[in-house]
Design a binder for this molecule. Structure first.
Ligand code: NCD
Length: 356
């Protein structure tokens, strides 16, 4: 049996994704039927970065399936604080458990972990790069609250540059027919080039806006995001971007009657609390869908995936990727993994171009 990792949603087929979303709906409707589905199974949560929803929804998902959970939520309490590498931590923990869930500020670290893990690895967010299980949550919410994943005009507002939830969501929705994006942000926080390239490759229509109010009437979905303070070089740079886009009841009045407002949470000041009582505010429901989506994912991964008997890491010169947040800069023993895109060599860990 192959090991089924989930580093990006592209690791599974469209059909498998649909099956997971369908299963999430079934579990939500009849949770008791799944109470023992993971009896005797153990999940590790390695959280190198703060998290409330992702961590607790993964933990409650596994516990509700009858499985058990071990892990850390503060790397200061784990051997990483003594200088242990990701490779060693994962090699050991995956020997104890059946599935490893990892959140980290280091881009590409979950992919690096797959090379050394005996058990399947699930990416619960890596730096500003990807967050596939938030996207699974978002797609599940859209499926059940909006009734479709295609022919949608989606406004993405806030931090397009550093928001990993945005990057993963674009990868999932851009290939689907009739979807159109409007990116509402300051110039400084616009999407990275690789995300724009992805949209172009998929011939997906998109536009940029610097004002939320004026685009409100066009939107089927508004996906608000937090300005990612922890990814800024200085507090001054963050302060300059904070509070530029705020959704309030007055702006909601300009939106369609069937608009759906989503937010991966936590919110800071980008949605005022008077929006919470609007029936179009879907962000708290979204958190519950997240737990059912993760239950469906864990169950699918454990049913499909075996564990490796031996770990065979490819040799290779280490690559010093020019992205300072890339795992290859922190963990210099890693083999070089690249792919070619439009004549450029791209780092497989973090998807940034490597300048030769
Ligand atoms: C997001 C994250 O961690 O990227 N939160 C989450 O997983 N629900 C969004 C954020 O932190 O802004």
């Amino acid at each position: 049996m192959e090991v089924q990792n989930l580093i990006d949603l592209s690791d599974i087929t469209r059909e498998e994704l649909k099956e997971i979303i369908d299963l999430a709906g079934k579990i939500k409707a009849n949770p008791k039927d799944y109470m023992h589905a993971c009896d005797g199974k153990l999940m590790a949560t390695l959280f190198y970065e703060p998290s409330t929803r992702t961590q607790m929804s993964f933990q409650s998902a596994m516990l509700r399936l009858g499985g058990q959970v071990i892990g850390f939520d503060n790397p200061q309490n784990a051997s990483v604080s003594k200088g242990e590498t990701v490779a060693d931590t994962v090699r050991v923990v995956s020997g104890y458990t059946d599935v490893v869930v990892m959140r980290t500020p280091v881009e590409g670290a979950p992919l690096a972990a797959t090379l050394y893990s005996k058990a399947p690895v699930i990416n619960a967010g890596d730096g500003g790069h990807l967050h596939p299980t938030q996207t699974l949550t978002d797609l599940t919410t859209l499926t059940y609250e909006k009734g479709r994943l295609d022919h949608l005009t989606i406004g993405l507002c806030g931090d397009m540059k550093n928001g990993r939830t945005v990057h993963s969501l674009i990868r999932a929705l851009a290939p689907l027919e009739g979807n159109r994006f409007i990116f509402i942000s300051t110039e400084e926080l616009q999407l990275p080039q690789y995300a724009l390239d992805f949209l172009d490759e998929h011939h997906c229509e998109y536009a940029f806006a610097s004002d939320l109010e004026s685009v409100m009437p066009e939107l089927d979905v508004l996906y608000m995001t937090r300005i990612q303070r922890e990814r800024f070089a200085s507090l001054e740079q963050y302060e300059a971007q904070k509070g530029v886009f705020v959704l309030d009841a007055a702006k909601m009045a300009k939106g369609k009657e069937d608009l759906l407002v989503l937010h991966p949470l936590p919110r800071v000041d980008e949605i005022t609390t008077d929006v919470d009582k609007d029936k179009r505010a879907g962000y708290f429901k979204q958190t519950e869908y997240g737990m059912y989506a993760r239950m469906a994912l864990i169950l699918t991964v454990l049913n499909k995936s075996g564990k490796k008997e031996e770990i065979e890491v490819p040799d290779g010169v280490n690559c010093h990727c020019h992205n300072s947040r890339c795992v290859t800069n922190a963990e210099t023993y890693l083999p070089q993994l690249t792919y070619a895109k439009e004549g450029k060599t791209v780092c497989t860990y973090c998807d940034s171009p490597i300048e030769e």
